[in-house]
Write a protein that binds this ligand. Sequence first.
Ligand code: 5GP
Ligand code: MN
Length: 338
Amino acid sequence: MFTPAELLEINTLLKPENKIVILTHYNPDGDAIGSSLGLKHYLKAKGILAEVIVPNDFPKFLKWMPESKKVIIAEYKKKLASDMIAGADVIFCLDFNAPSRIGLLGDWLVKAQGKKILIDHHQQPEQFDYVYSDTVIPATSQMIYHFIEVMDDEKLVDQDVAECLYTGIMTDTGGFRFRSTSAATHRIIANLIEKGADPAMITSNTWDTNTVSRLHLLALILGRIEVVNEGTVAVLSLTRNELKEYGFQKGDTEGFVNYGLSIAGVKMAAFFMEDLYENFIKISFRSKDDVDVNQFSRKYFSGGGHINAAGGKSYDSLAGTIENFKQYIGKEEFLNMK
Ligand code: 5GP
Ligand code: MN
């Protein structure tokens, strides 16, 4: 948490006459949007206006959240977004650890003069004016709740705040399943339900929204899942042509990598997908126990994230990338795969 002295300073920054923006990471997920909108609604309840700016568009299954339609998507509104960041007195940076994680917003953030406040749970955060970083907490949305607690503002948590934070915690814990889900997480979830978050509505709006194209893509990928490294590593992949053929939409492949990890004996799953427009492979890693995919992705695929969930990139061909990947896992002792 921020120190008491930092909290005093942050408190003086949070006043109605200050311009406040909230930024989050490229390809925003449930926690990115949930924490950003949750903070926005909390500030609104305090009488302070803030705008959420994201680098690129986010999936439809997150667009039911209160004021999700007002999120400024920088790839469509470059001038507005860059002017707002340049003119901001306070810039909240949520659910990312480095300017390189926010696409075109990164340069604008680095040049901006406003006070930069980081709230994030990824490994190895870079420099910001105020940093609340905790890699043990399963979701940035949970950290927003802790921030509201230390500000002594739990009374300001209304239904909008509750729905957004609930969604962020639910999605980043994989439905309250992943390792860092704690008693504190569940206590906060209980509070959010009391404040008006409806678990059935939120789950159904977020997760029961499969498109036929997504299910067909899933069938395709499951049909050729490969298990290597003596049954410990699952490999999944999709080509650009397949994405086109199935009418891929943003978010359609969310969660696919988890099917690899659900195989008995598998400790690491990797999902390789050709980008629809640009020439690179987007990689998602998931793992169990102390198999550190953050370190692995940083070392080999210019990526990072968390110990058990990380992402990365490759500029090789799909087949070449997968071939290299298989070589790397064979030789890395720190993966503790045995
Ligand atoms: P996903 O596989 O869902 O894209 O990402 C898993 C986790 O790793 C998320 O917390 C995400 O923010 C992080 N992540 C994804 N891609 C990258 C990347 O290229 N670099 C870094 N540093 N983190 C990433
Ligand atoms: Mn997160």
